[in-house]
Each structure stands twice: as C-alpha cells, then as structure tokens.
Design a protein around this ligand. Sequence first.
Ligand SMILES: Cc1ncc(COP(=O)(O)O)c(C=O)c1O
Length: 347
Amino acid sequence: MSIENLKKVKLGNYPTPLEKMENMTKLMGKGELFIKRDDSTGPAFGGNKTRKLEYLMQEALDTGCTAVMTIGGTQTNHGRTTVGAAVKLGLKPILVLMGADTGYLSGNLNLDAMMGADIYFVSNPAKIMDVMKEVTAKYEAQGDKVYNIPGGGSNPLGAVGYVMSVKEIMQQMEEQQIKIDHVICTVGSMGTYGGMLLGAKYFNAPFDVIAVPVAPEQREKKIADVVNFVNEVSKTYGMGVEITADDVKIAWGPDDAPYSGEAYNKPDPLTREAIITLAKNEGIMLDPTYTGKAFRGFLDIVKQGEFVKDGESAMFLHTGGAMALWTKEHLDDMQEQLRANCTTTQI
Ligand SMILES: Cc1ncc(COP(=O)(O)O)c(C=O)c1O
C-alpha cells in the first residue's frame, strides 16, 4: 500500500500551526524565521510522538490489542504521549522506564500517574529486555494482548507520521505564500528527523532538513544509523528513495561546546539561554532535554551561516516536552538564570 494511504487513528490536531517568529526574526536580522508547533498536537500535551502514534495505535487496534507497552527514560515524553493515546482509545497503558523510582512523581511521571499508567521502573538497563518479556507475559496471562511500541515510537511505521508531516508543511507554505529554505529539528531515536528527511526527498520539498543531536554521539555511526533508518523506511513502503551519508545534515556545534551539551538530559547554560531567549521574545516554551538544545543549534546555525545563508529562511520544528521544565532537577538548575532574567519584589 502507498505510504499516503496507510490507515491511522486520529489523535492530534492538524495542521499544527506554522507561524512566523516576528521578534526572533528581528532579533537575528537574517532571513525570516518560522516555527512549527508540533508541541500543540495533543493528547496529554502532545509533541512529536503523536504523529507516530497515530499509525502505531492503528496497528494496535487492527491486531486486537487491549494494552500498549512502551519504554523510555523516567521522564519520557514518548511514554507520556503513549499513555494519553492509550487511554483515549480505551487501551491499558504500560510503561517500562529505565531508572529508579525516586518516590516523588514530577514532570511527565506526574502526568503518567494522573492518566492511570502501570509503571515499572528498571534500575538495571541490562535487564530491560527481560523485564519487557516478563511484563508482557504477566498481562497476557490476565487475558490482555499487548502491543509493544519501541522507544520513541521510531520504527518504520512510526516514522510515517513525519514523512507525511512534510506534505502538511508544503501545503501550509503554499497557503501562507511563504518560503522556507531549511527545517531544523532534533535527532534522538531518529523517527522525526529520518521521517522528515525521507519526506523531503519523496515529496520534492523546497527545503532541506537539518538535525541537532541531543546527546554526544559517535558521529560516523549516527550518520550511518540515519542512512540505514531512512532507507529501511523507504524500502518498507516502496518509496523508491535511497539516501547516502551526503544527504544527512547534522549540526554538531563547536567542538568545545557542542549543541548536545555534555550528556543526554543535561542542558548547559547555553541551552537554558536559548530556552529563555524564545520564551522572552515569543512566549513559547521549549524543553531542557530536546528542543532547548535544538533551538540553541537553530540560532547558532542561522547566525554563523554554514547551513543557512544570508536572506534564507528557516523553520524550527518544536517537538514538545516542555513539562520537563517542571522536574525538580531542571527547576533547581535554572534558578540562577531565571532570577537574572526577571525582577522579583517582595512587598
Ligand atoms: C520533545 C522531544 N523532541 C524530540 C525528540 C526526538 O525525536 P526522535 O526520537 O524522533 O528523534 C523527543 C524524543 O523523545 C522528544 O521527546
């Protein structure tokens, strides 16, 4: 079946807004800067996982599943969106999370709990596959059929959501009569970037897609992983697109201060500065783990001109996740910069 005719359940609100960032455009003084608000898809605050989940959940329903299980870190946005999608569709939500139960539910965990997820914390990452098998067996013994979604929803079926998002953007460009030369997004488990890269080739988009990594990566390996992933999705759906390493554009940032920061989920002051810059100019909130790092990369590559030449326009894909701002660790880390960014008066 053609990729464009694959069935999906409706979980999100589309098209997500594609807006000009008027103040950021003025501030940067280069070409026009746009933002695509995939942070506003819904359900459960949405984000980039919703587009993937629409296809994955359709398969869960088509195969008669009654429960949905996925994995991630303890603050997984993908997990929270999966739980939201599952409850909306009447499926039992199960999360297998890599990390310890700290005894305190904040950020995404707070929301997972509110939606009634069954949460399994796994302290030893080496045990994760065994735990998933055990958990599946437990539910199946109770009569459930469990649909297993990979981390980040990033398999070929999930990636279809982002292949198709390219068509949505091209339609909005036409309706709004705007030009976009570059799209910038994060790359984690690859479904988003890989899907968009493939979609841009498949639909002959007038823009290229540039990724900003969220964790220090072995560069050659990451590029090879993206190539393999994109070609696998293309082959799965008979799309006739084959990419090479030359098609993969990843902005790593300066060697002494990479956009990824020192580690996954560890934003540095430059990332927090980027979060504050967008908040104070456009009233839009980013997250400390993914989009804050990517937006720092976005601003830098617009400024230094390696990927974005003078006069060219660029669109930032907001993939959601802002609820991580309310985890204790990130609130603690941000206090100094927040205080410096506002005035407070005790009367
Ligand atoms: C807010 C947010 N942005 C971006 C990403 C990365 O997307 P992908 O895993 O499709 O590369 C994630 C992944 O969890 C995310 O939660």
